[in-house]
Write a protein that binds this ligand. Structure first.
Ligand SMILES: [Zn+2]
Length: 69
């Protein structure tokens, strides 16, 4: 997947596909952790890859990390 993402496109994606808001204003790549604000008001950090591809679109309180069993 070589689609080029800009901070504007990411912000738009976040607003359209989740209840969270993007707080980060600069995007440097898939490995960068971005700061989001969850609908519950909690801020959380996640890479855009995880947010988009792993569907981790809320904070750890609203969407706890999956248990391994
Ligand atoms: Zn939350």
């Amino acid at each position: 997947m070589n689609k080029r993402w800009t901070i504007e496109k990411i912000k738009e994606f976040v607003e359209k596909n989740s209840d969270s808001t993007l707080l980060t204003t600069e995007y440097h790549g898939f490995s960068q952790k971005l700061l989001f604000k969850c609908a519950c008001g909690t801020n959380f950090e996640k890479t855009f890859k995880k947010f988009k591809e792993n569907n981790q679109r809320k904070c750890d309180v609203c969407q706890p990390p999956k248990a391994s069993r």
